[in-house]
Design a protein around this ligand. Structure first.
Ligand code: FES
Ligand code: FES
Length: 177
């Protein structure tokens, strides 16, 4: 069974039919060529497939493509500037040595980007909590944490009243459905 959906990826509009069983990850990688989102576990455990949906990180391997109808998707391909200059978050990951094989990096960069754009203030423990859905086999995590902290420096306000902002929004979005 197929359903027509309209959505955007990195600002580019799409409108076509998708198999209702198809995951967003399959659609992005196999049909649209956005291969920055990786397939690790395929079960919502590793975060390698993370993309932003209306600014909130989701595991695209367990998000059906049909649910993307009307949504704005951001993949790692949409993070750097059009001229190819890395984003501040990407630069922080490079500077802190938070990238080795790179398999986990797109998801971690996007989740960090979402934290930055939320404008919220995060403690170190809260940053760890927000990144806890991402597994990395290479770096040992300290450099990733350092990169996230560096990314958030100068981008936070004191208006936070809710820890774990991103997980809460993700949960809200799942319950809406
Ligand atoms: S591939 Fe989606 S969470 Fe692991
Ligand atoms: S850098 Fe290799 S899995 Fe994270």
């Amino acid at each position: 069974m197929f359903k027509r959906i309209a959505f955007s990826v990195n600002g580019k509009a799409f409108n076509f039919e998708v198999d209702i069983r198809e995951s967003l990850l399959e659609m992005l990688r196999n049909r649209l060529g956005y291969t920055g989102a990786k397939k690790g576990c395929g079960a919502g455990e590793c975060g390698a497939c993370s993309v932003l949906i209306d600014g909130i990180p989701f595991d695209s391997c367990i998000y059906l493509a049909v649910w993307a109808d009307g949504k704005e998707i951001t993949t790692i391909e949409g993070v750097a500037s059009k001229s190819g200059e890395l984003s501040e978050v990407q630069k922080a990951f490079v500077e802190e040595g938070a990238v080795q094989c790179g398999f986990c990096t797109p998801g971690l960069v996007l989740t960090t980007q979402a934290m930055v754009e939320s404008g919220k203030e995060f403690t170190t423990d809260e940053i760890k909590q927000e990144l806890s859905g991402h597994l990395c086999r290479c770096t040992g995590y300290q450099s990733i944490l350092n990169a996230a902290v560096k990314s958030l420096e100068g981008h936070t306000c004191t208006c936070v009243d809710s820890p774990h902002y991103i997980q809460q929004h993700q949960q809200d979005r799942i319950e809406e459905r």
